[in-house]
Each structure stands twice: as structure tokens, then as C-alpha cells.
Design a protein around this ligand. Structure first.
Ligand code: NDP
Length: 424
């Protein structure tokens, strides 16, 4: 069982990031299996004495129209909040019409309204955390169905679009590849950029809502949240808020600039991010491992350091990429490249080549550790994160090598470690 779980996570993260055509059929199969796998993980969080609900194969344990209604209501709410007249409009990559694409950067406001609404409905008794906490399997199923429907709709819509708006997969492209990885480069519905919508508003904010619903479930059942659960939810919320306060920082990532939006990304954002990332919280809701004050303090230090590495290195890299002439970077040593850009060889990126990824892994480890050591299950998010970022680092480095050639080789010589100083 354990081996199957690792195989699925491994295959998913590999194919997800590499997008190689030969994996596409397996990928689609894995994607659907991924929902079953996620349900098994959720079921596995229950105390060992409890029977596995998934294996009962009863339709009511897997499907519930209310769950579908909740996913649709949340998606529609976020669609409406995308039009909030607050926040800046940021410019991203150049679109098919030669103009820069514009994105509404009002995620923080949308998040605040969502939280107020969630709190208000809970206070008035209209919403209960257990509506999510006791219906998680059905919500995973419903999210999978919505992801499938939305990606099918996008695919059908793309059949009427001119080639200039499509992702070019070369002559060997086929239906499965295009459906899984996405046919349209930058799909929009009205003013809504679908990539930003599913990644930030559905994936990241959905994860926060699922976490908070678990927290409310704990309050409803026990009167107050346990310290470990509160700690992990706080860690998650800080991570999500960090992204929302600088939503534009995601625009240069390869998901925005190179990839299409297909079933894989849709499933990842609707199902995988909210339910897999919140697994440690769900585990803490179902089992109640003890957490000593010293251990809690150590985890805060680990998380705090990870947060600093992640945040400060991203701020330095993003700022330098935007304006290398900024006096704030005048003290940093750089290597000129033949593209006109320079590479940082001191500061955060002079320490290791991916300090932001190291910070990410440390934070993820810090929010898995409160679950104790009775099960490997709540540690899957950190294993997945480390594996994914290790692969992503290799992928980004091969792209940078192709772009910058000898300058990149010189950078790697001067900064020899990729992720862990003196280790890797
Ligand atoms: P990075 O933020 O590391 O950006 C890589 C780019 O930064 C390179 O392509 C290059 O861009 C530039 N760069 C790299 N090294 C240098 C240097 N020494 N000097 C100057 N520029 C440099 O990667 P991502 O876009 O993948 O990640 C963005 C954020 O998202 C990260 O913080 C990451 O942790 C997070 N993330 C988290 C994931 C998770 O599952 N937890 C998954 C994916 C991302 P160019 O040459 O084009 O300017």
C-alpha cells in the first residue's frame, strides 16, 4: 500500500513538472487515480481502529450533491470576488495580441471577504465546520468532477480559437496531451484570468478555507482547537497570506509564462492543493498527538527560519529581476550574461542556488512535525514538496544553462550547492 502511494506521488510530480508526451496517457490515469489516492490518505488519517470508508464502496460515502453544491458555490463566490474594485492591476507576459496581459491583484481583499463571510455564516449557524470536516471524501469527489467539467469546457472552447492563442506542442501533439496539459495558453472568462483564478483563488485560498473548516470542526466537537492544530493552521495561513500580499510575484513563474491550463492543473488546484496540503490538519483533527511546549517552540523556530529564507530570497530575486539598477542591490556581486541580464552571485543566491526552495521545504516540514511519529501519512506533503522542488530546481537550472551558457556554468562553480549548503 505504502509503495503504491509513493509511486503515485512520484509519477504525478514527475509528469506534472516535465510534461513529456510519453507520460501523458499514464498521467491522465494517474490524475484520476490521484483523487482515489487522496481519499485513501484522508481515510487513513482516522484512528487505526476505525474501518476504511473508501473500501465500503457505498455511493453515499463518496458522492453527495451538497458537496458538489459547496464546491460550485465557493467557485462562483471567488468568480464574483475577482471583480472587486480594489487592488492593483498588474501586467504579465505579452499575450497573443502583442499587448501585455493584465491581472486583477485583489486576492487579499477577496480572501478577507471570504474569511468574513465564513466567520459570519458560522457565527449565525448557517455554516458549520463539520459540513467540510465530515464530508471530505465527498468534497474530493465533487472537486474532481468540477475540474473535469471545467477542463472539458475549456478544451471544447479552444477548438474555435485561432492557432495564435494555443500552446504549441509540436507535430507530435495528441488529444490526451492537449487535454492533460491544456490547449489554451492564457484562457480568460470575461476579465477573469483562469490560470490566476484556479491557482490563487481556488487552490491557495481553497486550502485556507479547508484548513479553517477543520479548525471550526475541532471547536464544534471539543470547544476549543488543540495547540498543534492551531499551530499548523497558523503556519499555513501565514504562508498563504505571504503569497496574497504579493500576488504579482507568481506572474514570472513558468506556469504563467509557458504552460497551458489543462485537466492536470485544474485537478491540482481544485483537489490536490486544498485537500493534500491540509492533510496534517485533518490528521490532527482525527488523532490528537501530544505536543510539548519545547517541541512547539522548536517548530516555530524552524518555520520562522524557513519563512525568512523563502520570503527574503524571493523579494531579493524578484526586485533584482525587475530593476537590477536599484541602489538596494548595488552591494551585491553579479555575473554578466550574454543576454544583457546579470546573475546574482552574492546575497541569498550566493549562499545556495535555490534558497527560496529550501525555505519552502523547511516550512512544510515544520507543519508536518506536530503530527508526531506514529504514522508516515502526515509527512507525505513534505516528501512531495522536497521531491517536487528538487526536480523543479533541476528543470529551472537546465533552462538557465540553455539561456546563459558559460555565465550559468560560472555561477554554478561559484555557488556549488543547489538546495542544502554542503550537502546537495
Ligand atoms: P524561482 O523563484 O527560483 O525563479 C527561477 C528564476 O529566477 C530563474 O529562471 C531565473 O530567471 C532567476 N534566477 C535564478 N537564479 C538567479 C540568480 N542567481 N540571479 C538572478 N536571477 C536568478 O523559481 P519558481 O518560479 O519555480 O518559484 C517561485 C516561487 O514559488 C518559489 O519561492 C518557490 O519556492 C515557489 N514554489 C513552490 C512550490 C511548492 O510546491 N511548494 C512549487 C513551485 C514553486 P530569469 O533568468 O528568467 O530572470
Amino acid at each position: 500500500m505504502k509503495n503504491i502511494m509513493f509511486l503515485v506521488v512520484e509519477l504525478f510530480s514527475h509528469t506534472c513538472r516535465n510534461g513529456k508526451a510519453e507520460f501523458i496517457r499514464d498521467l491522465l490515469l494517474v490524475s484520476l487515480l490521484l483523487s482515489v489516492f487522496t481519499m485513501l490518505l484522508i481515510d487513513g488519517c482516522a484512528p487505526p481502529a476505525q474501518p476504511w470508508r473508501v473500501f465500503r464502496l457505498k455511493i453515499e460515502t463518496l458522492w453527495d450533491w451538497n458537496a458538489l453544491g459547496m464546491v460550485l458555490a465557493y467557485t462562483s463566490l471567488q468568480g464574483a470576488l475577482y471583480y472587486l474594485p480594489f487592488g492593483q492591476v498588474a501586467e504579465g507576459k505579452i499575450g497573443h495580441n502583442g499587448k501585455r496581459l493584465q491581472y486583477n491583484m485583489n486576492g487579499l481583499y477577496a480572501f478577507a471577504v471570504t474569511l468574513l463571510l465564513l466567520g459570519g455564516l458560522w457565527y449565525r449557524g448557517v455554516f458549520q465546520g463539520s459540513m467540510v470536516g465530515d464530508r471530505t471524501l465527498q468534497l474530493v469527489c465533487a472537486s474532481t468532477v468540477v475540474a473535469l467539467l471545467l477542463s472539458s469546457g475549456l478544451h471544447l472552447h479552444s477548438l474555435w480559437l485561432p492557432p495564435g492563442q494555443l500552446v504549441n506542442y509540436g507535430k507530435k501533439s495528441n488529444f490526451l496531451q492537449e487535454f492533460a496539459l491544456g490547449r489554451v495558453a492564457d484562457p480568460r472568462v470575461g476579465r477573469i484570468d483562469m490560470k490566476q483564478f484556479v491557482m490563487v483563488r481556488i487552490g491557495f485560498m481553497g486550502w485556507a478555507v479547508v484548513d479553517l473548516s477543520f479548525l471550526l470542526t475541532e471547536i464544534e466537537k471539543h470547544g476549543a482547537p488543540s495547540i498543534p492544530l492551531l499551530l499548523v493552521v497558523t503556519f499555513h495561513l501565514l504562508y498563504i497570506l505571504e503569497l496574497l500580499t504579493d500576488e504579482a510575484s507568481v506572474l514570472p513563474t513558468k506556469e504563467y509564462t509557458q504552460d497551458g491550463l489543462g485537466f492536470l492543473m485544474m485537478l491540482g488546484e481544485f483537489m490536490w492543493i486544498p485537500y493534500f496540503s491540509s492533510l496534517p490538519v485533518y490528521y490532527l483533527l482525527k488523532r490528537h498527538p501530544p505536543l510539548s511546549v519545547h517541541w512547539a517552540f522548536s517548530l516555530c523556530v524552524l518555520y520562522g527560519l524557513g519563512f525568512l529564507f523563502y520570503h527574503l530570497s524571493n523579494v531579493q530575486k524578484d526586485g533584482f529581476r525587475k530593476n537590477p539598477e536599484d541602489p538596494a542591490y548595488a552591494h551585491l556581486v553579479t555575473i554578466p550574461t550574454n543576454t544583457g541580464k546579470s546573475l546574482l552571485v552574492s546575497g541569498w543566491f550566493g549562499w545556495i542556488r535555490h534558497p527560496n526552495y529550501l525555505g519552502d521545504i523547511m516550512m512544510t516540514l515544520a507543519w508536518c512535525l506536530p503530527c508526531g511519529f506514529c504514522s508516515l501519512l502526515p509527512y507525505l506533503p513534505v516528501m512531495h514538496c522536497a521531491n517536487l522542488l528538487r526536480r523543479r530546481a533541476a528543470e529551472i537550472e537546465s533552462e538557465c544553462h540553455a539561456k546563459y551558457g558559460p555565465a550559468w556554468e560560472e555561477y554554478c562553480r561559484r555557488v556549488p550547492y543547489r538546495l542544502f549548503p554542503y550537502v546537495y
